[in-house]
Design a protein around this ligand. Structure first.
Ligand SMILES: OC[C@H]1O[C@H](O[C@H]2O[C@H](CO)[C@@H](O)[C@H](O)[C@H]2O)[C@H](O)[C@@H](O)[C@@H]1O
Length: 564
């Protein structure tokens, strides 16, 4: 707003996206809400130029303002290719059916057979941008990425930012180093073009990013390949992306009770309209707001929540059962700042490897400052957890005064994500007593369920809530526990990994697919809730299963079947 010092101007939409959104809303009137997926329409590639397509659209007959179904189908066939035709299958050149030294600690034959099947799923998910997109970019919402990608699967037919981190973790287990590097090169291409990695590689995702894990992708690839040239090429884009996250609308200053000022970051999309991929849903959700500025503020919160990766969750709502209370831009999130701390450490490390001491020192100093901030603003010594901080003072204030009551003491899996960088981010060092307390707090939290870690304790029908468990959250916490330096921590990590692997295996056997999310109340149950049908495929779940099997192995005599 005009009284703020921050520049919160929004992105402008493109004529193609506006038209497809119009088509989406007309199609909903024709087809009705059952099985309607709004994303399908904004992903449709045009066969002809937009002006011709629009002219034909306006000529379609309407009966009581509605396009008859047979006319709509004929129009779609005549003027559009299928959603997904813009991404074509490409054989990953570094795929072999059984990589040398694949999962050396997995001895149980059933698990080995399944792991090889999961490995083979990379072939189903491998795509490159079709030549048509390069020839007629204005006919596509897909962005012309230069190299092949691995997609999450089903309706998610394009590359996604944070999904790619766990996809890469799995590709590294599968020894598919070139495919992993190609994904990073595409994300680097997005940073160069837009200044940040987009939520996903569609033009309608340009207004926001997703959890910043690009440096972690580069780091994991470097650890496996030692390819310093790859690091050298990626580093300028990592630094550019870092600036996106620590400045402008993403930056929040908080003064702690001792007068120290801390610079932290929040999610904040440059968008105050319905998300094109879900516009019909957003318009409906916003209908309870009467004036335009309240609607715009709500749309901004919706898009900013998509930037968090946790879309949607009670974590971002002041009333867990009312989506219209989304307040994401007023929340300083524990996990985002944990990831940024990692970005600072990663860049400092890469700069050191490349002999750039000045950059190394600058980023190392920044990491120390964030470590102090995480400890000062998020840590709650009574709960032994890290809690999101809600900004309740005026949004335009330059520095917000810390108040303990503004820490959100509801239980979310994110309250334990700083364990991912355990010794660094927590600032707890080798303090074993603290480690044991955090372990106890985690075990008593209610987050640990029979089939893995649940996202929150609120059963409100949102997908990033109870009873869903998501692969990325399992992996972050398991990795944190296993690196805690505590024997109990490592054992708990293994216990959760076993539960998670079993549930993925059981669901695979009954449904024939890997799933986007699972219901962790019981072994073998798939997840639900949220605004779209649960998806299969699925990139990050495949990656996490492979990464966990590599880390923990599977002994010959341990059953893979669910324990009833
Ligand atoms: O179409 C609705 C939303 O879908 C995406 O979010 C979900 O899927 C992503 C891909 O697996 C995943 O990264 C995200 O965490 C999920 O919540 C998309 O990212 C959203 O922007 C979109 O509005």
């Amino acid at each position: 707003s005009s009284s703020c010092t921050v520049d919160d101007r929004t992105y402008s939409t493109t004529p193609l996206v506006s038209f497809l959104q119009r088509l989406q809303s007309e199609a909903l009137k024709t087809l009705g809400p059952s099985s309607f997926d709004p994303k399908f329409y904004v992903d449709l590639p045009l066969k002809k130029d937009l002006s011709l397509t629009e002219a034909a659209f306006w000529k379609l007959p309407r009966v009581k303002g509605i396009i008859p179904e047979n006319y709509l189908h004929r129009f779609l066939e005549a003027y559009f290719d299928d959603a997904g035709d813009d991404m074509v299958y490409t054989e990953p050149e570094d795929f072999v059916p059984e990589p040398v030294e694949f999962l050396p600690k997995v001895f149980n034959p059933k698990v080995r057979v399944w792991a090889l099947e999961v490995h083979s799923l990379w072939k189903n998910l491998s795509r490159r941008v079709s030549d048509n997109v390069k020839k007629y970019p204005e006919r596509h919402t897909l962005l012309p990425l230069p190299e092949p990608v691995i997609i999450p699967g089903s309706r998610f037919k394009e590359v996604y930012y944070w999904d790619s981190y766990w996809i890469i973790r799995g590709l590294l287990v599968s020894k598919m180093y070139d495919t992993a590097k190609a994904i990073v090169n595409n994300l680097v291409w997005l940073v160069d073009a837009y200044g940040h990695v987009l939520n996903g590689a569609r033009v309608y995702y340009a207004n926001r990013s997703q959890p910043p894990l690009l440096s972690s992708m580069v780091m994991e690839i470097y650890k496996r390949t030692g390819d310093l040239e790859f690091v050298r090429k990626s580093l300028p884009s990592l630094m550019k992306e870092y600036t996106f996250w620590i400045s402008g609308i993403h930056k929040v200053m908080i003064r702690d009770l001792h007068g120290h000022k801390h610079s932290l970051s929040r999610y904040y999309a440059r968008w105050n309209k319905p998300r094109p991929e879900s516009a019909t849903i957003d318009v409906e959700s916003a209908s309870k707001f009467l004036n335009d500025s309240d609607k715009e503020a709500f749309y901004r919160e919706v898009a900013s929540t998509a930037e968090t990766g946790w879309d949607f969750s009670s974590r971002w709502m002041s009333n867990s059962f009312d989506l219209s209370t989304l307040s994401t831009t007023s929340i300083v999130p524990v996990d985002l700042n944990t990831y940024l701390y990692k970005v600072e450490l990663d860049i400092a490390f890469f700069a050191q490897q490349l002999g750039d001491i000045k950059t190394h020192e600058k980023f190392f100093k920044a990491s120390k400052a964030r470590q102090f901030a995480i400890r000062s603003i998020f840590w709650n010594a009574e709960m032994n957890q890290w809690l999101d901080y809600w900004i309740r003072s005026k949004d335009c204030e330059d520095v917000h005064q810390f108040e303990a009551r503004n820490q959100n003491d509801r239980i979310f899996a994110s309250n334990f994500i700083p364990m991912w960088n355990w010794k660094h981010a927590s600032g707890l060092g080798e303090n074993n007593i603290m480690v044991e307390r955090i372990l106890e707090s985690f075990q008593k939290s209610g987050l640990l369920q029979p089939a893995g870690i649940v996202t929150s304790l609120s059963n409100n029908g949102q997908q990033w809530d109870f009873p869903n468990g998501w692969s990325p959250l399992q992996h972050l916490i398991i990795e944190g526990l296993s690196n805690s330096g505590s024997k109990a921590g490592w054992e708990l990590a293994q216990d959760i990994a076993v539960r998670w692997i079993r549930t993925n295996y059981a669901a695979y056997n009954t449904t024939g697919a890997m799933h986007e999310k699972y219901d962790v109340k019981g072994c073998g149950k798939v997840g639900g809730g949220g605004e779209y049908k649960p998806q299969t495929g699925f990139g990050w779940s495949n990656g996490v299963v492979l990464a966990l099997l590599e880390e923990f192995g599977w002994p010959f005599d341990r059953d893979i079947e669910c324990r009833s």
